[in-house]
Design a protein around this ligand. Structure first.
Ligand code: DOR
Length: 446
């Protein structure tokens, strides 16, 4: 093949969700323009990817970047810097900021703040409350909106839609897939005294598997009644996975690297409140159940639920310590490490971190390496064994539950729309992240 390209990524093994092959990727104007032998083509820039695997850019469909209002934990710049250092090219950011993202103005404000400061592409969720039902349909139709997010159980922040009647109103508003945090608020309230033990290992007894299953069943029942597509975020129990496996026509499923990697009681003993998140890290048989669901194809995406809190906040005695842990930067290294141990194939990693998000959220021109798609590429060295260290981490919170862990498989470069934004851990800037486009939001294409 001949021709002139802005960038040619040469000699890597190109991996999509359905297979792999050696070849070059030619980029023109931020899009993939050719795949094949481009050794005779002209190129403004060549990136030698010999020995590396070239994956579609990693899409993290659940992060909390805390801006506005909680910038002491993270902001859009630091969170997205952590993302690209970890090989992530696009994020969906959650609405439990301060103020919460519950109005069109608040969503616009996030998009405005992101411009020129975010290092990766991005979309923002609209948060549902019992008072903003009237605004949700308009919000989910805005360019740069990832869809509607519902908290059925209280977590960090004040967003909550606890009862069926209100949930039903949300699920009959708008038309895109709705993302749901499924923990039953009434059961959580009833069992809250369990946390008064002061022992963080009780976090998964307070917020028990039944709390998660009850909410998941309620959400699915209402979605079924109205034929509404929903997405259950961070599924943590074996039983929910078995149940969700019978509703795949309407319901999509996320789990997280934390829940696939850590289990109780060991995580709580080793990490204390750094292992505290909602829904909680659970016992080993649940972790193994999540892996069964990954292998069975029940899980559609793996999101990091990156939820940074400062070390000082986490040092408060349980249960005053906040729930959540950072993860956007370690998402891919952890999954590559699991792949290196044979837990899943590299193709399935791509399916869960790129193609899956494209498929279930209708992302435009992302999620696969194909001509006409955005030139978002994550280059990884499967042979590199590295330690996750504090000085590599970019999140403002400054810690990771995985610090000190040695992993095999490492992101070496992050390319977004043809721009090499990270190479060998360095991110020179500028921050050129743009809003994501969704096929269900025609305004994004005007
Ligand atoms: O542990 C969590 N932390 N779970 C959530 O759902 C919210 C998150 C946060 O924002 O801190």
């Amino acid at each position: 093949m001949t021709g002139t390209y802005d960038l040619v990524v040469t000699g890597g093994t190109i991996v999509n969700q359905n297979g792999r092959g050696v070849g070059d990727v030619g980029v023109i104007g931020g899009c993939i323009a050719a795949i094949g032998d481009l050794s005779r083509a002209d190129a403004g820039e060549r990136f030698d990817a010999t020995g590396l695997h070239v994956l579609p850019g990693v899409i993290d469909s659940q992060v909390h970047f805390r801006e506005p209002g909680l910038d002491h934990k993270e902001d859009l710049a630091t969170g997205s810097l952590a993302a690209v250092k970890g090989g992530v090219t696009a994020v969906f950011e959650m609405p439990n900021t301060n103020p919460s993202t519950t109005t069109p103005d608040a969503l616009d404000e996030k998009l405005r703040r992101a411009k020129g400061r975010m290092f990766c592409d991005h979309a923002f969720y609209a948060g549902a409350t019992e008072d903003n039902m009237g605004a949700l349909a308009a919000m989910e139709a805005m360019a740069g909106c990832a869809g509607i997010k519902v908290f059925m159980g209280a977590s960090t922040g004040s967003l909550l839609v606890a009862e069926d009647e209100a949930l039903e109103k949300v699920l009959t508003t708008g038309r895109r897939r709705i993302a749901i945090h499924a923990e039953d608020e009434y059961r959580l309230k009833e069992r809250r005294p369990i946390a008064d033990s002061g022992d963080v290992a009780d976090h998964c007894n307070w917020r028990d598997p039944v709390s998660a299953m009850m909410a998941t069943r309620r959400a699915v029942a209402i979605a079924r009644r109205h034929g509404r597509r929903i997405h259950i975020l961070h599924v943590t129990t074996k039983e929910e996975m078995e149940f969700l496996g019978t509703h795949k026509d309407l319901v999509t499923v996320e789990t997280t690297p934390q829940h696939l990697t850590l289990s109780a009681p060991d995580a709580y003993r080793r990490l204390g409140t750094h292992a505290q998140m909602n829904p909680p890290i659970r016992e080993e048989h649940h972790r193994l159940g999540l892996w069964e669901a990954v292998r069975a194809g029940i899980v559609d995406v793996i999101g990091s639920d990156h939820a940074p809190h400062t070390a000082a906040e986490k040092a408060k005695p349980y249960p005053n310590s906040p729930s959540g842990m950072p993860g956007v930067q370690t998402l891919l290294p952890l999954l590559l490490d699991h792949a290196s141990k044979g837990a899943l194939t590299l193709e399935r990693v791509v399916d869960l971190t790129s193609a899956g998000a494209q498929r279930i959220f209708g992302l435009a021109a992302k999620g696969r390496i194909a001509v006409g798609y955005d030139a978002d590429l994550t280059l990884v060295d499967l042979a590199a064994t590295r330690e996750i260290t504090g000085d590599w981490l970019a999140s403002r919170c400054g810690w990771s539950p995985f610090e000190g862990m040695s992993v095999t498989g490492w992101p070496m470069a992050t390319i977004i729309r043809g721009h090499i934004v990270m190479r060998d851990g360095e991110v020179p800037g500028p921050a050129l992240g743009e809003p994501l486009r969704f096929s269900e939001v025609p305004a994004a294409f005007v």
